[in-house]
Design a protein around this ligand. Structure first.
Ligand code: ACO
Length: 316
């Protein structure tokens, strides 16, 4: 018997502190109108000094577990997508495992920048479909604020902190219909963040305009690939849940799908780009506010450093 990966719970966490465009405009040469017109962002959440990727992941994960009403001990696999881990090692997945007290699971991290949670969903789906795991927790959690040069107006306006979680279990009912993931390491120089082991430690460097153009084209192609693989057309998709990097990139993907912006879950305006957390935060919002209903078809997609990109088509 082949099983589907069915969504049984979602969760999300945003730190309490909100940083508005106006506040950023006081420290770098920018304005609320420039940021909003070019990106669609008005504010973002910033983690407190005592918050980490694993502490935020725990809150999002506990919400997903509560929604699913399962015994956490039944989770066999924990996948955390993050580019801002608490430590180089142990993995943030292991730290989350400890926080949740889930003894029997295996836990690890995936690093695919903003596409991380789509890569996580893809791995989870392979484990469930093959029978290697039954119940899988996927979390995207990021403290982007700690890898941002707050004097660089080209990047500091874009990012925010937060965590999103999704819980999947093997089911005879449909769930994840397909995942597609890709990478191309040729684009390293357009978007990267040095590690603390490199001489110039630390901050995101991005040639935004060039990234923008590749992102729009690539996300258009992933839509075609996903629909073709499932023998579906645009009219079968009820919701687009995109990575939240730029409202103009999102609008281009919605147009490609012939979806109105009312069928797109947008969190960008008050969250900014939370990297690997963004798609799962948006999915959680759509589920919890009742827009995404059981039986509907939802297209999740993301694009990020690497470059990496991917999609997950889910029958919720
Ligand atoms: N305020 C005011 N002016 C600014 C700011 C700012 N915050 N930032 C840049 N500018 C200036 C530039 O210096 C430039 O000035 P110039 O014309 O005198 O040289 C001008 O505005 C235009 O700059 P562009 O970079 O061409 O602006 P663009 O319209 O491309 O918007 C942005 C920039 C928002 C970054 C956009 O390119 C973008 O969203 N790119 C894609 C980001 C993305 O998808 N990343 C992938 C995921 S992230 C990850 O994986 C970690």
């Amino acid at each position: 018997m082949t099983y589907y990966s069915r969504v049984i719970g979602t969760g999300g966490y945003l730190p309490e502190k909100v940083l508005t465009n106006e506040e950023i405009s006081k420290t770098v040469d920018t304005s609320d109108s420039w940021i909003y017109e070019r990106t669609g962002i008005k504010s973002r959440h910033i983690a407190g000094a005592d918050e980490t990727a694993s502490s935020m992941a725990e809150i999002a994960a506990r919400q997903a577990i509560e929604m699913a009403q399962i015994d956490p001990e039944t989770i066999d696999l924990i996948i955390v997508a993050t580019g801002t881990p608490d430590r180089v090692y142990p993995s943030t997945g292991c730290l989350l495992q400890k926080r949740l007290g889930v003894k029997h699971a295996v836990a690890f991290d995936v690093q695919a920048a903003c596409s991380g949670s789509i890569f996580g969903l893809s791995i989870a789906d392979q484990y469930i479909k093959s029978g290697a795991a039954k119940t899988v927790l996927v979390v995207g959690s990021e403290v982007c604020s700690r890898i941002i040069d707050w004097t660089d107006r080209t990047t500091c306006i874009l990012f925010g902190d937060g965590a999103g979680a999704i819980l999947l279990t093997a089911s005879e009912q449909q769930g994840i219909l397909s995942t597609h993931i890709h990478s191309d390491g040729e684009y390293e120089e357009l978007l990267y963040c040095p590690t603390s082991t490199e001489q110039q430690a630390g901050y995101i460097s991005m040639r935004g305009n060039e990234v923008f153009k590749v992102a729009v084209n690539t996300l258009g192609r992933i839509v075609d690939e996903t629909l073709e693989a499932n023998d579906l057309n645009q009219s079968h998709v009820d919701w687009l849940v995109p990575h939240q990097a730029n409202s103009r990139i999102i609008a281009a993907t919605a147009k490609k799908l012939k979806l109105s912006m009312d069928q797109v879950i947008m969190t960008l305006e008050d969250q900014g780009n939370t990297s690997s957390a963004s798609v799962l935060l948006a999915f959680n919002e759509g589920v919890r506010d009742g827009r995404i209903q059981r039986g509907q078809v939802v297209l999740l997609e993301a694009f990020g450093a690497g470059f990496t990109w991917g999609s997950a088509l889910i029958k919720y």
